[in-house]
Each structure stands twice: as structure tokens, then as C-alpha cells.
Design a binder for this molecule. Structure first.
Ligand code: SF4
Ligand code: SF4
Length: 378
């Protein structure tokens, strides 16, 4: 059976899974075995970045070695790397040439502006030095197409999609956090490629799911269900941050599985949601966002979403990790945690579920506050 490939903007078509090389850069041996396994799995799309340590140079050496052994996907590898917004034109040129040199290629298929998190980042890409850099790189035939990733607001991501600057985007899209799914659909309708970032780790530490989640998803594994959900929505490709060859097991099974959800998959997703709501009872936050804005800029829905996942699905390590990033990751994350609540009561009449928001925020803080963990890029 022919492997499925999805359109990805104006670039070469990509496999339903993309190998993210953030976790395979400990040695050349590790990179080689992981990239080779990706090829054997049917993956043709590789994602890297200067910030992934030695990833680009190890990848460049690995691709050469695999090519010499005749191990390459049909049509060759498609590679995506990233630069950060805000650099001056000369610095940007140096960064791009560094990427090409480390990968050992003269042109990269996909270059993503990583972290269009603030309006000034988008301005940089549309009108500032970023615009100059993109025009220069296109004219010199150093890049195929340009994309972006974002931890910004819904409105900012929408503006970036509508700007016509980008041909693909990388978004946080998850079975357990579907807030950005409408943006992905909008991007797909506009023929942008859409890559889902880290459905396993950022999607709820689904590589190490709680017993509750395993039981709610039975007989499918939570990670397989999350992958199937995203693929059935037409998402172009899902990143897989493999560090060893056994990490490809589910991708091997689903490498061509982007059909609509089956009745049994739909039933399991329905049961998962229902069980979670029952565990939360009258404290379930429906994520409507009607409580915003809070005068103290507390991201109420985001904090209560973590509470939903902690109590409704027992996702303790994941929710603690995410909660403790608040205020500690610059523009990559929310600024204020639950302790900023002054009990002003402004949010209370706006909540259609009549939630006692200040009490629930305090409860969430008690449950989740912890010392911060090391954060991987993005
Ligand atoms: S009660 Fe707390 S969360 Fe609600 S609006 Fe006031 S400060 Fe914000
Ligand atoms: S208004 Fe209530 S239900 Fe809606 S997001 Fe805010 S807290 Fe949750």
C-alpha cells in the first residue's frame, strides 16, 4: 500500500508524522538509528532547530551516511528548521547560512519563524528585518517556503494565518486541548500546511499516561487516540520527538491512518469527556472564556483547564509542569498564576457555570504549585 503524504503549503508533500530531532542529539549513533527508523517507518519529514544543540550537524552527517547506504524516503527528505523573530538582517542571514552549512544543504525546504508570540514578532516578519530576510533568502533560493510557530493569542495566530506571509504553521493542537483547532482548520482552508507540535508530551505527557486515562481510553492507548483524533481532523503532520527506535511503534501503525474517526473511537472520546466531567462535578470549567478579562490578567480558563485535567484525568505531572511555567518563561507562557487573584469578584457574574472562580484558583494553586522543571524549547 502506498504511504500517505499530505500537502504541506507550497512545499513537497509530507508524511503524516514528522520526526522532531530535539531528543535524538546525544550522539551521532543515536541520531543515525532514530533517523533510519523514521525512514523505515515511512516518515519523510525531519524537524530541527539551531536551539536543539547539535541536532542540525548530527542530522546533516546522518543524512549523508544514510544516502550513501541507499536509505532515503521516496522523493528524498523534507527538512524544516527554525529561526527566532527579532534579529537584525545581517544576523538573520548568518543564522540561515549557519543552518544550511550545519545540515550540509544549499537550500532548506521549510524555514519556520519560531515563536511569533507577540505583535512585534509578526510586525518583524511582515514589515521589519524579517521581511527583508525572507525576501533575500527567497531571491537567493535558500528557502522553499516560510512558516511560523506561535504561543501567542488566538487573535495573533489568526492574523498571522491571514497575513499571506506564511505557507505553513506549527501549532499546539491536542485531543485534550482543542482551543486552537479552529485556527488549524482556517489555515488548512487557506492551503497552509499545519504541523501539530508535540501531541505526545505537550498534549498531556501521553507517553506516560495516568491509570485513569488508560482506563478511560481502553482498549486504545491515550497516545494512539490523540494521534488518530488529530489525523482525522486533516492536520497535515504530527511531530514525533523520538529518542529511540521503540518510540515509532504507534507511528508505524498509523502512518497512513488519516481516515475519519470510527464509531468506536468517537465513543471512547465521548466517554473520556463524560468521565472527566463526572469527576469534576459542579467544578468543571467549560472553557467558554466568558470570565475574561480579569483586571489582574489572570488566565482563568488556562488555569482551570489544568485543574480539569488534574482532577478529571489524573494528569498530575503534566499539569504541575505546565502550571509552574507560568511567570517563568517570558513571552512563551502566561505571566500571572492564581496567586494574583485579589478576590475582586468581577469574574463571578460572567461565568455561565456559576463557578466560584477565586476558590477554584486557590485550590488549583494548592494542588499544582511546585518547583519548576527544566523546559525544552517551544
Ligand atoms: S476575582 Fe480574581 S480571578 Fe476573578 S476577576 Fe477578580 S482578580 Fe480576577
Ligand atoms: S466563564 Fe466559567 S466556565 Fe467559562 S472559562 Fe471562565 S471559569 Fe470556565
Amino acid at each position: 500500500m502506498a504511504l500517505k503524504r499530505n500537502q504541506f503549503g507550497t512545499g513537497p508533500n509530507v508524511s503524516l508524522f514528522t520526526l522532531g530531532t530535539m531528543r535524538s542529539n546525544e550522539s551521532l549513533e543515536q541520531m543515525y538509528s532514530v533517523v533510519k527508523e523514521a525512514c523505515l517507518t515511512g516518515i519523510n519529514h525531519l524537524e530541527t532547530a539551531p536551539a536543539y544543540g547539535t541536532s542540525e550537524s548530527l542530522l546533516g552527517t546522518t543524512i549523508k551516511k544514510l544516502n550513501s547506504e541507499g536509505c532515503r524516503p521516496e522523493g528524498g527528505w523534507v527538512i524544516t528548521s527554525k529561526i527566532l523573530p527579532g534579529t537584525g538582517i545581517n544576523e538573520g542571514k548568518d543564522q540561515l547560512q549557519g543552518i544550511l552549512s550545519r545540515l550540509g544543504i544549499s537550500k532548506i525546504h521549510n524555514l519556520a519563524i519560531h515563536g511569533i508570540n507577540l505583535p512585534e514578532h509578526l510586525e518583524w516578519a511582515l514589515k521589519g528585518d524579517g521581511d527583508k530576510l525572507i525576501k533575500w533568502a527567497t531571491q537567493k533560493r535558500l528557502i522553499g517556503q516560510i512558516g511560523f510557530s506561535s504561543h501567542g493569542t488566538f487573535a495573533l495566530i489568526k492574523k498571522a494565518i491571514e497575513s499571506r506571509r506564511f505557507q505553513f504553521c506549527s501549532l499546539h493542537l491536542h485531543l485534550l486541548d482543542q482551543e486552537r483547532l479552529p485556527l488549524a482548520k482556517m489555515a488548512l482552508e487557506r492551503k497552509l500546511g499545519v504541523m501539530a507540535i508535540s501531541p505526545a508530551d505537550k498534549g498531556g505527557h501521553l507517553h506516560t499516561p495516568s491509570k485513569t486515562l488508560i482506563s478511560d481510553c481502553y482498549p486504545i492507548s491515550p497516545l494512539e487516540l490523540a494521534y488518530r483524533f488529530l489525523l482525522s481532523q486533516g492536520i497535515s503532520t504530527l511531530t514525533l520527538g523520538a529518542s529511540k527506535i521503540t518510540d515509532f511503534q504507534i507511528a508505524k501503525k498509523l502512518i497512513s491512518s488519516n481516515s475519519p474517526l470510527s464509531k468506536s473511537e468517537q465513543d471512547i472520546i465521548g466517554k473520556l469527556t463524560q468521565n472527566s466531567k463526572e469527576r469534576l462535578g459542579k467544578t468543571f470549567c467549560g472553557q467558554c472564556r466568558d470570565c475574561l478579562p480579569c483586571p489582574n490578567e489572570i488566565p482563568i480558563p488556562e488555569i482551570l483547564r489544568l485543574r480539569n485535567l488534574c482532577i478529571g484525568m489524573d494528569l498530575n505531572s503534566f499539569t504541575k509542569e505546565r502550571y509552574n511555567l507560568i511567570g517563568r518563561a517570558g513571552h512563551w507562557w502566561e505571566k500571572n498564576n492564581a496567586t494574583a487573584c485579589q478576590n475582586c469578584g468581577e469574574c463571578l457574574p460572567k461565568c455561565p457555570n456559576n463557578l466560584n472562580i477565586p476558590d477554584l484558583l486557590k485550590d488549583t494553586h494548592r494542588k499544582l504549585v511546585d518547583s519548576p522543571k527544566k523546559r525544552l524549547w517551544g
